[in-house]
Structures are given as C-alpha cells and as structure tokens.
Design a binder for this molecule. Sequence first.
Ligand SMILES: NC(=O)c1ccc[n+]([C@@H]2O[C@H](COP(=O)([O-])OP(=O)(O)OC[C@H]3O[C@@H](n4cnc5c(N)ncnc54)[C@H](O)[C@@H]3O)[C@@H](O)[C@H]2O)c1
Length: 389
Amino acid sequence: MRDKISREHFLKTTAMAGAALLVSSLEGWAAATGKKLRVAVIGCGSVSNRYLPQLLSSQLIEVVSLCDIKYERAVAQNNEYKVKAQTYRNIDTMLKGVPFDMMVTLTDMQVHGELNRKALLAGKHVWSEKPMANTYAEGKALLDLAKSKKLRIWGAPAVVNSPQFAFMSRTIQEGKLGRIAAAHGQYGHTGPTWSAFFYEKGGGSMPDLGVYNMATLTGLLGPARAVMAMTSIVNPERTVDDKGKIKVEAEDNAHILLEHDKGVISHVMCGFNYFDPHGHEAGNQSLHSIQIYGDYGNMRLIGYDWETNGVMLDTSWDKPAVLMSAEKGGYEWQEGARVVGESIVNGTEPLINVEHALHVLEIIEAARKSSATGMKVKLESKFPWPVVK
Ligand SMILES: NC(=O)c1ccc[n+]([C@@H]2O[C@H](COP(=O)([O-])OP(=O)(O)OC[C@H]3O[C@@H](n4cnc5c(N)ncnc54)[C@H](O)[C@@H]3O)[C@@H](O)[C@H]2O)c1
C-alpha cells in the first residue's frame, strides 16, 4: 500500500485537508511516501559548507539539487561533498528539473524573498537563511502564501534550539532571577570579506549578526512592543573578494532598544567594525555575549547564542557564580534546515517558529525607521511565546 500512494496523490489529499490538519497531514509523510524528504539547496557559497554536512548526515533527507548563479560553485560543492545531486544555473531551471520537496535558501540576503516566493508558488516547503524577506510585509505575504498552499516556511536562526537557550528560558520562567528588568546582547566582528551583499542596501549588520541576539532576547523575554535605535556607517568603503572596492550602503553599526511587556527593556549591539581577538569560539569560559538581569539574580550566556558554551548563573551575594548547562547536546547553529526537514518527515512541530523570524524582521525594519526619524516605532507582530514550555 505504502508504495502505491504516489507523492502527487499524497499532496492532493493533504491539500484538501485544510490548514488545521497540517500537522496530522505531515504525520502522513513518511507513511504515505516511505521516502526521504528531497531537498534543493540554492546558493552554494560560504555557508553551504556548514549546511551540506548537516543535511547529508540525516537519514530522513536527500539532497537532490544544487543551484548557484555562479554555476561552478554548485558543481564544486557537488564534488566536494559527494552529494550526487543535479546542478542548476538558476532557480527557474531547478524548479522545472528533478522534483523536490523543500528548498534551502543560502543566497545573498537581498534575493531571499523573491526566491522563497518562487519556491512556494511551485509547491515547495522553504527553509531560508536570514532574513526570509527584505521587509516584514514581504515576509508576512510569504507566510500567507505558504498557508494558502498548505506549505511550511521557516527562517533562520536556530538559536532557540540550544540547551543553553532552554536553560535560560526555564530559569526565567521559574522566577529564579526574580522580576526581570533588563538584558543585553552583542555580536560583532570586523565584517565578511568575501561578498559585497553584506554591505549593500538590504544587507547590514542587523540582518547578518544582530538577528541572532534579537531572536534570543525576544525568545527569552517575549515579543517586543516597540523599538528605538541608532544605526550608523562607521567604515564607508570596503574591499571585498567579489567586487573589489565598494561603498558601504547598509548599517555596519547598530544599537537597538527593545521594549517588552512588564517594563522589561533589552538592548542589542551589533556591527562589522568590532575587533574581537577571542573569535567565534569564545573558548575562555568567562566571556559572555548575552546578559539577563532580574532583581534576585542574573545570568550570562558564555560564548555566543549561536555558539553556546554554557551559562553563568548568579543568585547569591556570598557564593560565586555557577557555570550551568555547558552541554551542547548536539546543537549546532547550522542545523535549522535539517531539523525542520526532519520535522516534516516525522510530523512534529519544531521549536523554530516562522512568526518569530517575522517578528525579528519587523524589529530590523523598525530599527532602521527609528534611527532615520529619531522616533520610537511600535511593532504589530507577535509569535507563540514562551518558546520553551
Ligand atoms: N557565511 C557564513 O558563515 C554564514 C553564517 C550564517 C548565515 N549566513 C547567511 O547565509 C547567506 C549566504 O551567505 P554566504 O556567506 O554563504 O554568502 P556567499 O556570498 O558566500 O554565498 C552566496 C551564494 O549565493 C549565490 N547566489 C546569489 N544570488 C543567487 C540566485 N539568485 N540564485 C542562485 N544563487 C545565487 C552566489 O552566487 C553565492 O555563491 C546569507 O543570508 C548570510 O547572512 C552565512
């Protein structure tokens, strides 16, 4: 029976079942198809080196297509990782080529929205690197489109998946820090050197770096109601591998204040001119990048929210801070596409939530508006919270 049910029949059946039945229809995936989730990766640059091993490690996923407008990159990654996929020069030929179920978007940030829309229109689920669209309105339209077609779309990052995020969330919910007042997150380095898009309009340090802290702080403290921000361009000219000397058009320095419920205020600072000799690993167990303050305690996330090394917890005047939750439990920041792909096959709901990604996108847009106008900007989006129950 399993072999007799075609994928087309399965999709037709689930399409008729309605949005409310989405999870149960997903449950039917493995039973109905008995097949792996077929994935197409678009964008075979730097980050694909992290994604491909993750996707290829899954028993439930098969990478069937690789695409890059710099075609030689698709071919090179196919060989490097022994993917045995079809390779394509653009999305249109890929959508007409070997059938697949989910597209993983790893291109320049500015084209994510347009590519994700094409994939949804062609009936594919989508995992997108951040941001999932250029504006909140464009992102929301993508979600509406996905829902209308009984498809799923998700956006990076995957920071809510780490055991450290779960520990911090529970610590707050159990009241161990008392009444929460304030939080801070920071993430910066001296900027990517390989591609111009990070510095062009639609790029910037907020969608590339600040996005992690925004996802973490809203994930821990709840949706933000309003934003005030200052952004700037510190270094107006850069030299990058793909275009040589370029003008920097997007913010390379940003400070964002978020207003949460119950008087909680958090702050994110991100930029492309932040010298940090400790690097991404933050191996020294005393270095933190996120701090949460309550009136009975505070905690510091050691390392970065995407590269977590533990949490230092202070709840006593007399006793020293304690290192908690240093185990990663297999968490890796590049796991998002694999995790949501496996959730489709298993019929489970992942912690990563598209409305959370959209909320962060609205924050980024609001921060730019606030900086340009000097005004506090109200937000309309929310997401299911708390993330960890
Ligand atoms: N590099 C990292 O370590 C890293 C980490 C986390 C997230 N990201 C995110 O991943 C995305 C990609 O970053 P990257 O560093 O890999 O950039 P990159 O420049 O190394 O790679 C992007 C690739 O996309 C291709 N591309 C652009 N437009 C395309 C289109 N229309 N169709 C097909 N291919 C297209 C480019 O030719 C290039 O090969 C960005 O959103 C970035 O913020 C990168």
